[in-house]
Design a protein around this ligand. Structure first.
Ligand code: ADE
Length: 227
């Protein structure tokens, strides 16, 4: 999969994409992420990318021309399955949406800044608008990094143990069961006996029960969700 990210703050994306699973995915050639600085597409001597909002009001708006020029150039290089704009008024990112996006070949993610981007870019270029939750961040860079992480780890072959993503919270409309590691007794706190039994089918049943119980208690809404 290839993901292009367009931003005015490329540095914000370097570290989140350069470690752990995402780093390995890129090293294995399963995921390619390119971060594109919008600034060179800016206008005039100062490479201006934002301007005051028509009609007044606080906050700067990202201008259409630098964005359109940047997006045109990227679109001439490859065919995108989706051009995604990260915005708090988009559809909510869920595990279901991450699953669907992980099957795509080429994605472009636009991380907006300032007060937003000129609406005409949203109308004429963007095919999907995604929010990572009902709160407002100062820009779309961290949301973009979160999306790439959620999607990247679902690409087949990225996770060492092929099955491990299948047991993630939310994957079957359920939260994950509790997990334990050594020592079996820590400060007198014991690991549930069943996990030490070596009886795999019984352990699997126990995990399922625990996951179900945890979901009923904490997130009954996802049990019936069709995501
Ligand atoms: N940009 C600012 N806040 C955001 C959010 N919650 N989701 C996606 N993009 C954003």
């Amino acid at each position: 999969m290839h993901i292009d990210i367009v931003t005015v703050l490329p540095e914000l994306l370097v570290s989140p994409l350069g470690h752990s699973i995402l780093k390995r995915a890129q090293e294995k050639g399963l995921l390619e992420v390119e971060v594109h600085d919008l600034r060179p597409y800016g206008l005039g001597r100062h490479h201006q990318v934002d301007d005051y909002a028509f009609g007044g009001g606080a906050g700067m708006v990202m201008m259409p021309e630098p964005l359109a020029n940047c997006l045109d150039e990227l679109k001439s290089r490859r065919e995108y399955d989706e051009l995604i704009f990260m915005t708090p008024d988009g559809v909510r990112l869920t595990q279901g949406l991450a699953n669907r996006l992980s099957m795509k070949k080429n994605l472009l993610i636009l991380a907006g800044h300032y007060k937003g981007i000129d609406e005409r870019i949203r109308e004429h270029y963007i095919t999907m608008e995604i929010s990572i939750g009902d709160y407002v961040l100062s820009g779309g860079e961290l949301p973009a990094a979160i999306m790439v992480d959620a999607i990247g780890r679902l690409i087949p072959g990225v996770l060492g143990d092929e099955t491990s993503a299948l047991f993630d919270s939310f994957q079957d409309n359920m939260l994950a069961p509790p997990v334990y590691t050594r020592p079996a007794v820590f400060r007198g706190w014991e690991v549930p006996e069943i996990l030490l039994s070596g009886n795999t089918p019984v352990i699997e049943d126990w995990r399922h029960e625990q996951a179900l119980e945890r979901t009923r208690q904490r997130r009954p809404d996802i049990l019936t969700s069709d995501e």
